[in-house]
Design a protein around this ligand. Structure first.
Ligand SMILES: O=C(O)C1=C[C@@H](OP(=O)(O)O)[C@@H](O)[C@H](O)C1
Ligand SMILES: C=C(OP(=O)(O)O)C(=O)O
Length: 428
């Protein structure tokens, strides 16, 4: 297994640009493929999750040209749902933003499709989405375990209608339904059952749909009305903003050890909910300054916080390792669905935090982190979870340094993370 040892960093300072947003890249690619007209996507993320979406679109007969640097893509839209003569098997890795939206889009397309992924994808729930699509008339079967991929989809026209979806496990189920619903024959009223998790991701979905010419009536995130029989229209150009979750590691590094760190590509106007990570850092004591296309963080003594982090599920993980550098205890609550992501992130986080000396209480849907007097060096297991690797890189800001096992797992969303992190890191 590959390992990366990060020697202790004495100072963090400088400017770093974050790559394009994963959430926006995969939404915009799918809608560009479904839309009428040609779309030029810029600042597209080049990572595993996006590659899986691009490969799937190729198999579905979508034509696109990807630039040599893979951050610019011109997509020739279909002007309708997909129509594929031969049965297709699409391998989607561990990309939730490919699996869930494609499941819905293919259920209302013409053709037979099998959706598969990495072993972990077979443990990530999709039953609530399948149940909802079946209410609209979809024909989807489970190949192995009920409620989990791989899926066999017999595509066809869907009627829409009154659809209830459980929103308590992943917002991606609602995102998938919303993006497919304009292609259903009839109108849809999509009703949320249970508490909707990760709510700000729905705003990303509605924003992207609007850019492609489709408006949704949102009744307080409880019921969503979508007109059927619509065609997405290409906006011509779509610029993907920087990834707010990826920004969290650099912002945290600046807060812990700044210096002054300027993160560009995200700023005041950012539509990704994870941008609110900067508020959490501010609540811990960091000084944050907002610009239109940048955030500047200046380090200050940090203290622990007690916060509901349901609205920033991905960036919240970064708070768990930032907490190691704060005075007092940090309590992060309402984060149950960490358990159904790339790994069981609550269990993984608790285990690795203990290795560096922290006292950790892991609950069903919360984690409490109490930093040790002295952090100790550890070989950190990353569980094939990009965010575990990136979060624990912050341990290099302690005198003990850190060793990251399988650092290549950042390829899911941020292949050159460690190179960019190095540009901020100064050793005397
Ligand atoms: O819609 C999206 O782009 C995402 C939604 C979130 O998932 P959940 O809704 O499952 O929390 C997030 O964790 C994931 O990385 C991306
Ligand atoms: C949960 C994540 O990914 P996915 O889009 O596969 O759900 C993530 O990137 O942290």
């Amino acid at each position: 297994m590959e390992q990366l040892t990060l020697d202790p960093i004495d100072r963090i300072d400088g400017e770093v640009n974050v790559p394009g947003s994963k959430s926006l890249s995969n939404r915009a690619l799918l809608l560009a493929a479904l839309a009428k007209g040609t779309t030029e996507l810029t600042n597209l993320l080049d990572s595993d999750d996006i590659r899986h979406m691009l490969n799937a679109l190729s198999a579905l007969g979508v034509e696109y040209q990807l630039s040599a640097c893979k951050t610019r893509c011109t997509v020739t839209g279909n002007g309708a749902a997909f129509n594929v003569a031969e049965p297709q098997t699409l391998f989607l890795g561990n990309a939730g933003t490919a699996m869930r939206p494609l499941c819905a889009a293919l259920a209302c397309s013409q053709g037979r499709f099998t959706l598969t992924g990495e072993p972990r994808m077979e443990e990530r729930p999709i039953g609530a989405l399948v149940d909802a699509l079946r209410q609209a008339g979809a024909h989807i079967d489970y190949q192995k375990n009920d409620g989990y991929p791989p899926l066999d989809i017999q595509g066809g026209a869907l009627k829409g209608g009154d659809i209830s979806v459980d929103g308590s496990v992943s917002s991606q189920f609602l995102t998938a339904l919303l993006m497919a619903a304009p292609l259903f024959d009839g109108d849809s009223a999509i009703r949320i059952v249970g508490e909707l998790v990760s709510k700000p991701y729905i705003d990303i979905t509605l924003h992207t749909m609007k850019a492609f010419g489709v408006e949704v009536q949102n009744d307080d995130y409880q019921v969503f009305h979508v007109r059927g029989g619509q065609t997405y229209r290409s906006p011509g150009q779509f610029m993907v903003e920087g990834d707010a979750s990826s920004a969290s590691y650099f912002l945290a590094a600046g807060a812990i050890k700044g210096g002054r760190v300027k993160v560009t590509g995200v700023g005041k106007a950012c539509i990704q909910g994870d941008i609110r990570f900067a508020d959490a850092l501010e609540a811990m004591g960091a000084k944050i300054t907002w610009f239109d296309d940048a955030i500047v963080v200046e380090g200050a003594p940090l203290h622990g916080i007690d916060m509901d982090m349901n609205h920033i599920p991905d960036a919240a993980m970064t708070i768990a390792t930032t907490a190691l550098f704060a005075k007092g205890t940090t309590r992060m609550t309402n984060i149950y669905n960490w358990r159904v992501k790339e790994t069981d992130r609550l269990a993984a986080m608790a285990c690795e935090l203990r290795k560096v000396g922290a006292t950790v209480e892991e609950g069903h849907d919360y984690i409490v982190v109490e930093p040790p007097v002295t952090l100790r060096h550890a070989d950190i297991d990353t569980y094939n979870d990009h965010r575990m690797a990136m979060c624990f890189s912050l341990l290099a800001l302690a005198p003990c340094g850190v060793t990251i096992n399988d650092p290549g797992c950042t390829a899911k969303t941020f292949p050159d993370y460690f190179e960019r992190f190095a540009t901020l890191s100064h050793r005397v």
